[in-house]
Design a protein around this ligand. Structure first.
Ligand code: PEP
Ligand code: MN
Length: 338
């Protein structure tokens, strides 16, 4: 339920309505807007009797939100959310590119790639320190040492960093180092991890599960927002289909759908979305065209030696080319690429 206050309603009137909602055992989310304040109500298991609220001073209208997701929905927040990652804004005019290796493998490897990432004009460095691998015998990441390496690269090249948290035991540690905490496809419905992500005090990059519907995807974001964290960036990273010419099928139609249903920014990951390096640039171009807010790209200076996802890593030269093409298309879409 969404309570729309009159444009003349005073802060005291807003507070009285919020107090009444809390008294009923529900949660009130006050959302001041340019014209008027709206109050989102969550926690109601059944439809709430709205007559009592409607008669309160300053209340203009009550809208029943029909979608199962509330805080994530455009009905709750009509304006696009812009997530401020320590000065880098995701979801605004700028088309934001996060690039880097799949895994942090060593200080040297990360520094080499980070330098290329910064030179190409990207603002955010990606790299996994805790890796969710299909095989328990595959490289699992450098753990905290990997986080320290990322932090060093951030300081040296003036980048922000994004890295994955794979479980509730280590998400607090990851959040101490990183600017954005990534929740990966395999954990999209790990509800205890999502709840914790809502309380770590850092923006969250939530990747779509590999067979998740868009409603399930948005409900996963709702878990994070319901804990009080409004800084959620979504990421389309491809889903499983019968296609075998790619690793996954990048579902670009998800982007305009999510944009219509939600105010949250959504970026595209054509690296995991295709699993093939030669498809990364074409699908990056397409991502700009469908209205994505940015990209996540895997880059390696020696893809054939990468400890994970080498087949989908583009080289630093490839990244330069990608930036050039994306920059040209971004202009058409009225977006900026630095
Ligand atoms: C990754 O970003 O390296 C990763 C494992 O992504 P996903 O969760 O989308 O598979
Ligand atoms: Mn990867």
């Amino acid at each position: 339920m969404l309570i729309v206050m009159d444009s003349t309603a005073s802060p005291e009137m807003v507070k009285r309505v919020c107090d009444e909602i809390e008294r009923l055992g529900l949660t009130a989310h006050s959302m001041p807007g340019a014209q008027r304040t709206a109050i989102g109500v969550t926690g109601n298991k059944a439809r709430l009797d709205s007559n009592r609220i409607l008669t309160m001073e300053g209340v203009g209208d009550i809208i029943h939100v029909t979608k199962p997701y509330k805080l994530v929905s455009r009905e709750f927040f009509p304006e696009n959310s812009v997530i401020d990652v320590d000065g880098v804004k995701v979801g605004g005019r700028e088309f934001v590119i996060m690039a880097g290796p799949c895994s942090v493998e060593s200080l040297e490897q990360t520094m080499i790639i980070a330098e290329h990432v910064a030179k190409a004009g990207c603002k955010i460095l990606r790299g996994g320190a805790f890796k969710p691998r299909t095989s328990p015998y595959s490289f699992q990441g450098l753990g905290e040492d990997g986080l320290k390496i990322l932090a060093q690269a951030r300081d040296k090249f003036g980048l922000k960093i994004v890295t994955e948290a794979v479980d509730t035991d280590t998400i607090g540690l990851v959040a101490q180092y990183t600017d954005i905490v990534q929740i990966g496809a395999r954990n999209m419905q790990n509800y205890s991890l999502l709840r914790k992500a809502g309380r770590v005090g850092k923006p969250i990059l939530l990747k779509r599960g590999m067979s998740a519907t868009l409603e399930e995807f948005l409900m996963a974001a709702e878990y994070i927002m319901a804990e009080g964290n409004r800084d959620v960036i979504l990421c389309e990273r491809g889903v499983r289909t019968f296609a075998d010419h790619t690793r996954n099928t990048l579902d670009l139609s998800a982007i305009p759908f999510v944009k219509r249903m939600s105010h949250l920014p959504i970026i595209s990951d054509p690296s995991h979305g295709t699993g093939k390096k030669d498809k990364v640039i074409p699908l990056s171009r397409a991502s700009v065209a469908v209205g994505a807010d940015g990209l996540q790209i895997e880059v390696h200076h020696k893809p054939e030696e990468a400890l994970s996802d080498g087949a989908q890593a583009i080289t630093p030269d490839g990244l330069m080319q990608l930036m050039k093409e994306v920059r040209a298309l971004a202009t058409v879409m009225d977006r900026d690429v630095p």
